[in-house]
Design a protein around this ligand. Structure first.
Ligand SMILES: [Zn+2]
Ligand SMILES: [Zn+2]
Ligand SMILES: [Zn+2]
Length: 383
């Protein structure tokens, strides 16, 4: 026992020395690879604005909550997190007001690169979306898999489990907390979350729940948890310690459950939940609107988009849609099914998520129709 402890201790002491001179070049190479791929990606898509629009991540003026929802997010500085991150890798920041409308009458022809920015578009530019993870439940690379995508050096083929974070002028809203949630928060320098919305209770969407404790601790507050009653029931079962009767200590996760049973306002947005079939489960799709304008529909983990959900999302600025792989699947849409659904919904732009290792980023993107893209981890768009 004693010998083992000493061995372990010595090994720990030796570890920094043996890693010295190894970790740094590897990180630099990874950073270089990421930059190379992002730059190449920008060149690939001449018709899309790939200019890093720094104004899109500017610090918005501090403002008081208008009391539009139950949880007042007074004084939220939505982009403070990014400023705190300091120097960062170049990111793709798409300004949706400059993206060609691929379905509507404003579709751009040759020589006319972008949709003009109307006054109303400017007024409604108040939603930033960051894709924290875009992979299926295994994550990519899959443990022990040597396939082409899992061994790819393209950073866009490294997919953590699916989640996103939304920043409005009033609040920072997290969608799902996958097992990779802590890693995603550190990567994106997230220091504030005002509420979490859960789509469903599969483990790849909830197992980072306990890491919400840090945000409760930072803000000395309970965390509002918005979810359908069926999802809340599962969350309360899996994380019974957190939902108990007794008030937990400040450094524990302190959830405040808010059942979602219809449209609700949150963080300056109107959010419409829609039911999506997901095998034996029903997932909550989310349609985010501002001033009656549909800005974002987030439909993860669905085998289809039923007519009611399709209608709720019709003409939305940005559609985020489940697309697992080429072959059909009992709980997820295939790539071709997702493309068909996207065409029916007629979003200005569609990003596909929850991909498995059948879909390499670069090769899949080459064959996608106009207006439909694969999302990737760290992608940020402004709507
Ligand atoms: Zn999932
Ligand atoms: Zn693989
Ligand atoms: Zn699922």
């Amino acid at each position: 026992m004693t010998t083992g402890t000493i061995r372990g201790h010595r090994a720990l002491q030796q570890k920094p020395a043996s890693l010295a001179g190894f970790g740094t070049p590897l990180l630099e190479q990874r950073t270089k690879n990421r930059i190379d791929h992002i730059l190449k990606d920008r060149l690939d898509r001449a018709r899309v604005s790939t200019r890093a629009d720094r104004s899109a991540v500017r610090t918005l003026p501090e403002k008081q909550s208008q009391g539009s929802d139950e949880h007042a997010f007074s004084g939220t500085r939505l982009t403070g997190n990014r400023r705190e991150a300091g120097a960062r890798l170049p990111e793709e920041i798409l300004d949706e007001s400059k993206v060609p409308d691929t379905h509507g009458s404003e579709r751009c022809g040759h020589g006319k690169e972008y949709v003009s920015v109307t006054a109303s578009n400017k007024a409604m530019r108040d939603l930033d979306v960051t894709f924290l993870g875009t992979g299926t439940s295994h994550g990519i690379p899959v443990i022990g898999c040597q396939c082409r995508v899992c061994s790819s050096s393209d950073p866009r083929d490294k997919r953590l489990r699916t989640a996103a974070i939304l920043r409005t002028g009033e609040a920072v809203l997290q969608i799902d907390t996958p097992p990779d949630f802590r890693t995603q928060c550190l990567r994106e320098a997230i220091t504030r979350i005002d509420a979490v919305i859960y789509t469903h209770s599969h483990t790849d969407h909830i197992l980072g729940f306990d890491d919400l404790r840090r945000f409760c601790e930072l803000e000395k507050k309970n965390m509002p948890i918005y979810a359908a009653p069926r999802t809340l029931t599962d969350l309360k079962r899996v994380f019974a310690y957190a939902f108990g009767e007794e008030e937990p200590p400040l450094n524990y996760v302190r959830p405040s459950a808010v059942p979602v049973e219809g449209a609700f306002p949150l963080g300056g947005l109107d959010i419409l939940p829609v039911d999506l079939p997901h095998g034996r489960m029903v997932t909550t799709g989310l349609v985010f609107s501002s001033g009656g304008h549909r800005k974002l529909a987030y439909f993860t983990d669905c085998q289809a988009v039923p007519p009611a959900a399709e209608e709720a999302a019709r003409g939305v600025d940005v559609l985020v849609l489940d697309a697992l792989r080429h072959a059909s699947h009992s709980t997820h849409m295939s790539l071709s099914e997702a493309i068909e659904a996207a065409h029916r919904i007629r979003a200005r732009r569609t990003y596909l998520i929850h991909m498995c290792h059948d879909l390499g980023h670069a090769e899949t993107e080459r064959n996608l129709p106009d207006g439909i893209r694969l999302a990737y981890d760290g992608l940020q768009i402004s709507i």
